[in-house]
Design a protein around this ligand. Sequence first.
Ligand SMILES: *Cc1c(COP(=O)(O)O)cnc(C)c1O
Length: 485
Amino acid sequence: MTDVTPSFDAATASAAYRSALQVIAEVEPRVAEAIGAELADQRDSLKLIASENYASPAVLLTMGNWFSDKYAEGTVGHRFYAGCQNVDTVEALAAEHARELFGAPYAYVQPHSGIDANLVAFWAVLAQRVEAPALQAAGARHVNDLTDEDWAALRHALGDQRMLGMSLDAGGHLTHGFRPNISGKMFAQSSYGTDPATGLLDYDAVAARAREFRPLILMAGYSAYPRKVDFARMREIADEVGATLIVDMSHFAGLVAGKVFTGDFDPVPHAHVVTSTSHKSLRGPRGGFVLAQPEYADAVDRGCPMVLGGPLPHVMAAKAVAFAEARRPQFTAYAQAVVDNAVSLADGLTRRGARLVTGGTENHIVLLDVSGYGLTGRQAESALLDAGIVTNRNAIPADANGAWYTSGVRLGTPALTTRGFGAAEFDRTAELIVDVLSNTTPTSTRDGSPSKAKYVVDGGLADKTRAAAAELVATHPLYPGLELS
Ligand SMILES: *Cc1c(COP(=O)(O)O)cnc(C)c1O
């Protein structure tokens, strides 16, 4: 089997971290201690959080240096500050690696997170499609030429724009036009869901909604949908109604980079703009980036300071290292293993009687409907955590328990795959999960109705499972050979 974990020299990395912690401890030993404790906790945890991963020591070490001190507003070669030649080097490298990795004509690596990447993209579409014509109408060539009245008219025009995105309970993201987020205040929003019978995206229904609603932006992408999305079809829908297609691949960027999602399922050739995080399945530093077709490049470049604070050069440097890692053949093997493992986990759960939203998975996510165990997502999440299994509760389509308690638990394979877990380990994980859930019962509230939050796990099972989970993670140590003392 190809090694899917990032390789590093354990003795060198150990020496680097030991020295770094010693330097930190000279100022505030409790922080150094907490850093060590975090490694221990991560090592001990059976982590099934679908949005988390473990970056390589090379990626992590790239973030701790003097690049952090540099202001670098602007773009490569056009900075508002002097002395940015080295920042230029790493930002250009990160962008080049991103373009090559994803086959994209243009990449912007400054966003600090996935949400920031979306803001840049939304702004870019407004600037390209609304602001430019508004400027022309006002007889102005540049935003700076606009009068207060022009701006008022522009704000009105911007406020009237529409966004169509995947509904939250079908797995969409808060930033895809939902009211608690700025995207829901910038845009009038409507959403598409999944087919109630199959749990799958119904592209004809998306098209019908788009024809009716005529959005400026059609959003695609998800945080909790366990299937591939046909981006070629989404582009057809966008084109038919004159919308700009933005695909937020935050969750599955690693599967795009690792060539698991190709052809119609690769967002890059189909979307006008692609946004992403760099720290989820892609296994890079915490951050975001934007890929775009050439006509959106100038508007995307204005991301900072239009909607972003100054770029983080140390993180852009780490993106360059992570993208370089993702261009290695090893990463393709990793991405395939992530999906193969999700299938093993899904099969293991289904075989033991669990119900999965859509009946299975085609990506790194398994969405478990826990209502069959008489539990809410919150109870299931807590009971699993008591048993040493780290997951997060998640709404399922038409969730009877709402977005807080929920009826689902989301499981993901990227992190444990990085540790080297394979089919056997994920089958064992499925066994542990079903064991815990089948032996958990809600406790009653004072009026005798079942609580949505309180529960009991049958005597001793939580402890027993925690020991079994610890045994399982011990077989695939995180950062093998890395010792802090
Ligand atoms: C995780 C996620 C984000 C947010 O990323 P942050 O880096 O936490 O800002 C945005 N969109 C989708 C689809 C996500 O899954």
